[in-house]
Design a protein around this ligand. Structure first.
Ligand SMILES: [Zn+2]
Length: 134
């Protein structure tokens, strides 16, 4: 990681390519803090997140990326790490929801109300990805 900082008490690291792209850890922290506040104001707070690390990556990592699928974010329960692609910071609430629900949430079963909330808040449109009607 090129820089470390934090948002809402959560450890945040940004890769070198993120910084050379012209932003700073603090600026990314400000954006992620707003997404987390939006999540926690409408869904139950995820206190556990304060023991997690969020990493913002410049390129897609090898883990989690599948051929033909755009990498946006990935939650790693074992290492308590969330990776976010730098161009997809709005996927944070999605990954936070995975942390809140635990590993069984990997199949996104029953996530339509969450997808509706994301769309309503203007955070992310992923109802099709989640297999829900729009
Ligand atoms: Zn997911």
């Amino acid at each position: 990681m090129a820089e470390w900082c934090s948002f809402e008490g959560i450890r945040l690291g940004v890769e070198p390519g993120v910084v050379t792209g012209g932003t700073t850890c603090d600026r990314v922290a400000g954006i992620l803090g707003e997404y987390l506040q939006a999540y926690e104001s409408d869904w139950s707070g995820v206190a556990e997140l304060r023991t997690w690390t969020v990493r913002v990556v410049a390129e897609r990592p090898t883990q989690g990326a599948q051929p033909g699928k755009f990498f946006a974010g990935e939650t790693f329960w074992d290492s308590r790490v969330i990776d976010l692609y730098q161009g997809s910071l709005s996927v944070l609430p999605h990954e936070v929801h995975h942390v809140a629900l635990g590993p069984p949430s990997a199949d996104h079963d029953g996530w339509c109300s969450f997808g509706d909330w994301e769309a309503r808040e203007g955070i992310l449109q992923e109802l099709t990805y989640l297999g829900c009607s729009e």
